[in-house]
Design a protein around this ligand. Structure first.
Ligand code: DGJ
Length: 751
């Protein structure tokens, strides 16, 4: 709900459990007042601006205006006129002089969603949200700045973005247009970010912030594996179930800045948006610029509730609707098994084995095009390598389809190798700075998709490939970061726009792909999970989470990723052991249980498996099909974290109506001479009775010191009937099992 109090000139945005308030101080300066638990009333709140105290008396204290400017809690901070904190907005006049002073002018409430054009965004109908459009102006620069707030009525979410219009007569150069700001007054806090690297993506990192600033950022051209466009502020002591958490999640896939800063008065300001370091945008009279959106969530019930709110937002209002209730295919992908060394016979062998095991789809990964035998060649040549796929793509796909399997394909459209027909024909199509040979990464270069002829040249090849056969799924990969970003067709002003225009060009290509092939399931990927962000989720309902498929490493990667992103978006596969990345061997059952927390599949040579593992696949697939609807649509509860306790990991998914839940427990390290562990469930109906069953799946139970060897793979053991209240308060005892890396799956069913 959006309310405006005329006397106070105060905006009160409220969601079911939260309030967000800001007001126009002295009718001019838009200042932030509050973001936290829902307020019944806002009377008197604006006294927090202290306008009657020196130096807070701007009307009579013009000679000391900058003293005021440097401490006023601006709703949207601007650079250059006396606010020395991290700014959201910066612009220069035609002479290059920087400085912005925004004045509040008017506002409008629009029922439903005002969606930004050409950018991924949250969706919403008139029944579920309203949008507030607050107009600020800088009359010297001739700029209108619209602060847009979408307020959801069924979720504790406020989505912000900013639109800038040049209403003047001279060009203005925008130096930064961040998407939004969060202002808080906390005596102490922690900043949570999702930090990492290739193979170690999105590891939860918490650090105390007392003075100065903490940032997460990317200058790599993609949102990156190193930092994720997300930041949360936590009140001291916040846990999964208790305490306050404020989250900011950017719906964008390129360079970003997320920064939390404490000012000289101990006030916290967080900003988030396109990274200003690699951004400038020339706005000529009449033109406008739209920032990406940032989704703000407040939870007074710990991190767990913040997570569940983001999951609901992104499942219900970002990812294309049909995927919420549609089963995802269980696939086999040949990458880890064959890399680029395969041909049609190999793939047919994979398909046969996959069909026998009850899988749904074969995905042909990197290596099917041009003459690609290794990573030195062929990116850019999106036509079939007839040496490998004799008779072409259609022949192969038809054969696979005839077995009753779907077919998926890998592409990397943003890239080119020097050894390719595309490069030989168009050596000037890649990003480069004249006079300097651009740096290669994985022997490949980035195409300048901001140029229409390059975009069209690449897209027409994609369209032709996908039209040539019955392709149900595309894995869109992107295996390097951007460097040497220069575009031969742009003048000096235009170079600062390149990195954002590049992201827009990628979005446009994915949008076009989905328009031309509306039934396609798109899975994004970037050297593992280097572009796992809410921007890409607008186009693809799932993203490959990491090239590290070791089930134990995946525990923390999936824990960090699922802190913000729904489980149903995490590409997760069972792979061979010893694991390709870590050399670790983990039971087949555990690999499957961990992969079931995401979209499920196999990334191994299904033709040549150990018979005892092969025999387990049908049971795993059958189990995934039971668990998946709850993973996909239910509520997620993080019960224990191996990253924190160094012994075990545990999570739960609960159907929205609380009639069915699954709890996965992974005993990472075995211990001896200890009783079973008490685990308290979450999210159940306290008044209902539940039947609890456990799949020990080969784990040897040693509870009470009694070793038992009678458990067969997938053995289900009825543990009995419990009250929901008991399961949550008293818990159940998870037995100690023999051996490291063991996984148990509990089914909790209302009776
Ligand atoms: C990186 C991806 O993350 C892998 O899954 C695989 O598709 C390779 N690229 C192929 O080059």
């Amino acid at each position: 709900m959006i309310r405006y109090n005329k006397e106070q000139q105060l905006f009160h945005l409220s969601t079911p459990k939260t309030s967000y308030c800001f007001a126009a101080a002295d009718g001019r300066w838009l200042g932030h007042l509050y973001y936290g638990p829902r307020l019944a009333d806002t009377a008197g709140m604006e006294q927090a601006f202290c306008l009657n105290e020196f130096p807070f008396s701007p009307a009579v204290n013009e000679p000391d205006k900058v003293r005021f400017t440097q401490i006023f809690p601006y709703e949207y901070g601007c650079f250059g006129t006396g606010d020395y904190r991290e700014a959201c907005f910066d612009a220069a006049n035609a002479l290059g002089m920087r400085g912005v002073d925004l004045t509040f002018r008017s506002f409008e409430v629009v029922p439903g969603k005002v969606a930004p054009e050409h950018l991924p965004h949250t969706r919403g109908c008139e029944a579920c949200c309203d949008t507030l459009d607050v107009l600020m102006t800088d009359d010297v620069l001739g700029l209108d700045v619209h602060l847009l707030y979408t307020v959801y009525s069924d979720l504790d979410v406020i989505v912000k973005s900013v639109k800038v219009v040049n209403r003047g007569e001279a060009p203005v150069t925008l130096g930064r247009v961040l998407s939004g700001q969060l202002n808080l007054e906390l005596e102490a806090c922690e900043v949570l970010t999702l930090h990492g690297s290739w193979g170690r993506e999105r590891t939860i990192t918490r650090q105390e912030l007392k003075t100065g600033s903490v940032a997460a950022e990317s200058l790599r051209g993609v949102s990156s594996a190193e930092d994720s466009p997300f930041l949360a502020i936590l009140a001291p002591g916040t846990t999964q179930t208790m305490g306050e958490a404020w989250g900011m999640s950017l719906i964008y896939s390129g360079n970003f800045l997320a920064k939390a800063q404490i000012d000289q008065n101990g006030r916290l300001r967080c900003v988030m948006g396109i990274h200003p370091e690699t951004f400038s945008w020339k706005l000529t009279p009449g033109e406008s610029f739209q920032s990406p959106e940032v989704a703000l969530v407040y939870s007074g019930e710990g991190l767990g509730q913040m997570t569940r709110t983001y999951h609901d937002l992104y499942r219900n209002h970002l990812i294309e609707k049909r995927w919420l209730t549609m089963d995802r295919p269980v696939l086999v992908n040949n990458w880890e098994a064959t890399e680029m060394h395969f041909d049609a016979d190999v793939l047919i062998g994979f398909a046969r084995a996959a069909k026998e095991a009850g899988l749904d789809m074969l995905v042909m990964d990197d290596g099917w095009f041009g003459h690609r035998d290794d990573d030195t060649s062929s990116l850019g040549d999106w036509f079939v390598d007839e040496r490998k796929l004799r008779g072409g793509l259609k022949k192969l796909v038809d054969e696979v389809n005839a077995m009753g399997l779907k077919f998926g394909i890998w592409i990397e459209p943003e890239m080119v190798n020097e050894d390719s027909e595309l490069f030989r024909a168009h050596p000037d199509w890649r990003f480069e700075i004249p006079g300097r040979k651009p740096g290669a990464m994985r022997k490949q270069y980035v195409l300048d998709l901001t140029r229409p002829e390059v975009w069209e040249g690449v897209y027409s090849q994609l369209r032709a490939t996908l039209s040539s056969a019955n392709i149900a799924y595309v894995k869109w990969d992107m295996n390097r970061h951007l460097s040497d970003v220069g575009s031969l067709l742009r003048d000096a002003d235009g170079q600062g726009e390149l990195l954002h225009r590049y992201v827009l060009a990628v979005y446009r290509m994915q949008e076009q792909l989905l328009k031309d092939f509306p039934d396609l399931l798109l899975e994004n990927c970037s050297s593992g999970g280097a572009r796992f962000d809410a921007g890409m989720l607008f186009y693809s309902p799932q993203i490959w989470t990491s090239d590290d498929s070791d089930a134990i490493e995946r525990l923390s990667i999936q824990e960090g990723t699922s802190l913000v992103f729904p489980l149903s978006t995490m590409g997760a596969h069972v792979s061979v052991c010893p694991n390709q990345q870590t050399g670790r061997s983990v039971p087949f059952n555990t690999r499957a249980k961990v992969a079931m927390a995401g979209t499920f599949g196999y990334e191994m040579d299904v033709r040549n498996m150990l018979p005892e593992e092969k025999a387990q696949i049908p049971g795993q697939v059958e189990q995934f099909r039971r668990v998946h609807p709850v993973v996909r649509e239910g509520d997620y509860y993080r019960i224990a974290s191996f990253r924190e306790n160094h012994t075990h990991d545990c999570w739960m998914v609960v159907k929205k109506d609380r009639s069915l839940a699954f709890m996965t427990f992974v005993q990472v390290l075995a211990t001896t001479n200890r009783p079973g562990m008490r685990v308290r469930m979450q999210g159940l109906d306290p008044e209902a009775a539940y039947e609890v069953t456990c799949d020990y799946a080969g784990a040897l139970a040693t509870s009470n010191g009694q070793s038992s060897t009678d458990e067969a793979t997938g053995t289900l053991r009825k543990l009995g009937r419990f009250n929901g209240d008991t399961l949550m308060k008293h818990g159940i005892i998870v037995p100690r099992v023999r051996g490291d890396y063991q996984a148990l799956l509990y089914e909790v069913k209302k009776v």
